[in-house]
Design a protein around this ligand. Structure first.
Ligand code: DGJ
Length: 701
């Protein structure tokens, strides 16, 4: 054993570099100054038992079938009809540079070199690379995944389910015998399987239990796997999902996995997921400064672009304090509905006969930024681009392509197609005062092959990253939003290039309570687009009052997606009040620590604590009728135990309470409690109607 100990801000890892592919022997709590990591070798030694091989193969970061590992190998591939299919690596050196450890291993028989990089800071980042060192033969790569062992006390798996307009719904399952797995082949992170898995001790919750979480930072096809081996050991495994023959490594070529970003806490899910947030906030491209409140035209006008109406909408947006106006789909070429026009990124002479200039000047003249929608990875069969270059669509010769939303994927891995789109977008951003781009992606990759006939999803994903990078280089002042039919592309790799995600096409506040709660397990509030929609939700048909819609959207990156022309003066005033409230609390909301609270099923409780615990804003929402007549006291752990906090209700315009004959007296004047009291005893709330919320503010005295 040759053990390297990396210390992070919240957890430590110990890596054995002497095994070939590196082995994580500890991933968990900080070990403290007194711990001798070499004790792990002795303490963790596993006995040989009957019915097993004469070796105990470790769960390395890339476990090897050829070494006796009985689970799913980390590297799968071969040469020539099956040769070199079960590699076994030997150590080839390692390098420690501060918080970064690079371990190299080689297999001279299979002619492969494996490099694994670990970086531990707020979160653990692991990435692997495989190089084909054969001078003559190609290596056909089926998969290279990252494997993280988790201790046997991890008995439950936390994952997600979702669909369009219902993303990020948390699901909890007992760790099965055998394996839990998901596979995503949609060519985007997907609505249903965000690349994120948690494992934890029985009934791990927001503030209790040990939790290990892993996220694959990748926007394309991917798979997640959690296996319990017959000998009791467990591991998480994540990686890109490759179609048959999608990737082959020519002599000297390499493939690098997406990063796996992993978090751990012995104090529950909230503390673990804050590490994802801190990791994202530490990236150089994280948006600095206040996130502008925006209005988006989609649900206000859809494809009905009329300059006068859009100008009026902008007037009203400015009146309520909105800071950014985003012109959604429908502004370009023949795009009068969703059956045509994608690929033709010039201003429509029908919708905007004098170009976008008059609208942009009007918007910026009102003191707002101007933003615009694009969907650059797509082409409509009914478009000038497709008529000129049908061969640029990501389809497979000989088969009728499967359309989705009447459109095809544009093969950006073809240099000519890439350059064409880049030049159009570059011109759009160069010729207009555009500060924000909503970058949409609205269909799955289905059976699409690149120019060489092999599956084109990997190359497309890489090309999208390159296109974003080039545009950002050229237009560094432009912020980009990642949208994919709502939240089908939410991952840390796209977020290196974008400043927020469109969390869901669902603006129904009730649905959003759960969607945003789930999304907060991966991304912080300032990156989470959250809009106040119309009273009657366009996607669910439900009605909610403004107070509930506001209480829900307030905690993200606030926007308004509502036809402001239909509002009364009183409604505009109320909206203005809400926007002002958000702006007042934005520094706290967008820089504090996100917290979620354990409560009964009828409620969703969450909030944000200032990092110095001087202040907190907390939301308590009722999402369905409850078994009890009144909610249980809201317990808010994690504030400073011995500090006194003044807790007050933060009223929202039009807010109504439930069927109370009396309300707790603190509701009118506030109450002073210690952080310990708030965490242990909690605060009794009044009865609330289902589909309403109460906001509390805590200020340290
Ligand atoms: C899907 C997005 O999620 C919506 O917000 C909207 O931009 C439409 N596309 C426009 O086509």
């Amino acid at each position: 054993m040759e053990l390297i100990h990396l210390r992070g801000r919240s957890s430590d890892i110990v890596v054995d570099t002497a095994q070939g592919a590196p082995v994580i022997v500890h991933w968990g709590a900080p070990l403290g100054a007194e711990t001798d990591p070499s004790a792990f070798g002795t303490a963790g030694e596993r006995p040989l038992v009957h019915g097993s091989p004469d070796v105990v193969a470790p769960i390395s970061v890339v476990p090897e079938h050829g070494s006796g590992f009985p689970g799913r190998p980390g590297l799968r591939g071969h040469r020539r009809r099956g040769v070199a299919w079960a590699p076994r690596f030997v150590p080839a050196g390692h390098e420690l540079d501060g918080h970064r450890l690079t371990v190299t291993a080689r297999d001279d028989v299979a002619a492969l070199v494996l490099t694994v990089v670990f970086e531990l800071d707020d979160a653990l980042v692991v990435q692997a690379e495989i190089t084909n060192t054969s001078p003559t033969e190609r290596y056909l790569l089926d998969s290279l995944s990252i494997t993280l062992p988790v201790p046997q006390q991890a008995a439950e798996i936390g994952t997600f389910t979702g669909r369009w307009t219902r993303e990020f719904h948390p699901v909890r399952v007992p760790w099965p015998h055998g394996a839990f797995t998901y596979e995503n082949r949609r060519g985007r992170a997907s609505h249903e399987h965000p690349p994120l898995i948690f494992a934890g001790t029985p009934a791990f919750a927001e503030w209790q239990g040990s939790v290990w979480g892993a996220h694959l930072a990748w926007s394309g096809n991917h798979t997640g796997f959690a296996e319990r081996l017959p000998d009791g050991r467990r591991y998480l495994q994540m990686g890109e999902l490759l179609h048959p023959g999608e990737l082959s490594l020519e002599p000297g070529q390499s493939y690098r996995t997406p990063e796996v970003i992993a978090v751990h806490s012995d104090a529950g899910l909230t503390a673990a997921t804050q590490q994802f947030h801190r990791h994202l906030r530490a990236r150089p491209s994280h948006p600095a400064g206040p996130r502008p409140v925006l209005v988006n035209t989609w649900e206000a006008v859809y494809f009905d672009h009329d300059l006068d109406r859009l100008r009026e909408l902008a007037d009203r947006a400015a009146r309520v304090g909105i800071e950014r106006f985003v012109l959604d789909d429908g502004w370009f070429a023949g795009r009068r509905d969703d059956t045509r026009g994608l690929g033709d990124w010039w201003v429509s002479p029908d919708a905007h006969p004098n170009g976008l200039g008059p609208l942009i000047e009007h918007v910026t003249g009102l003191g707002m930024e101007f933003g615009i929608w694009v969907e650059p990875e797509m082409v409509s069969p009914d478009s000038e681009l497709y008529r000129a270059h049908p061969e640029w669509a990501l389809t497979t010769d000989g088969y009728e392509p499967v359309l989705a939303r009447h459109q095809l994927v544009l093969d950006l891995a073809r240099p000519a197609a890439f350059t064409h789109v880049f030049e159009q977008l570059d011109a759009l951003l160069r010729d207009h005062a555009i500060s924000f781009v909503k970058w949409d992606m609205n269909r799955d990759h289905i059976g699409g092959s690149g120019a060489d006939g092999a599956a084109g999803s990997h190359a497309q994903t890489v090309a999208v990253y390159r296109l974003l990078d080039l545009l950002r280089d050229r237009h560094p002042q432009v912020e980009i939003e990642s949208c994919s039919s709502g939240g089908a592309r939410v991952d840390h790799e796209i977020l290196r290039r974008t400043s927020r995600v469109w969390t869901s096409d669902c603006n129904d506040a009730l649905e959003r309570q759960t969607i945003q709660l789930g999304a907060s397990m991966l991304i912080p509030p300032e990156l989470m687009g959250a809009h106040i929609g119309p009273e009657r939700s366009h996607t669910t048909g439900r009605r909610h009052d403004l107070a509930f819609r506001a209480a829900t959207a307030l905690f993200g990156h606030l926007g308004v997606e509502w036809n402001l022309l239909s509002l009364t003066d009183a409604e505009l005033d109320a909206l203005h009040e809400i926007v002002t409230l958000h702006q007042r609390f934005r520094p706290l909301l967008h820089a504090g620590d996100s917290v979620r609270f354990d409560t009964e099923d009828a409620y969703v409780a969450h909030g944000v604590y200032a990092t110095d615990r001087s202040e907190a804003l907390v939301s308590f929402a009722v999402v369905t009728t409850s078994a009890g007549l009144i909610p249980p006291p809201l317990r808010m752990p994690g504030l400073e135990p011995d500090r006194q906090y003044r807790v007050e209700r933060l009223p929202l315009p039009g807010e109504r309470l439930g069927p109370n004959r009396s309300i707790p007296t603190w509701m009118s004047g506030g109450v002073t409690m210690t952080g310990r009291q708030l965490g242990d005893f909690g605060l009794q709330l009044p009865a609330l109607h289902p589909e309403s919320a109460l906001i509390l503010r805590c200020v340290a005295l």
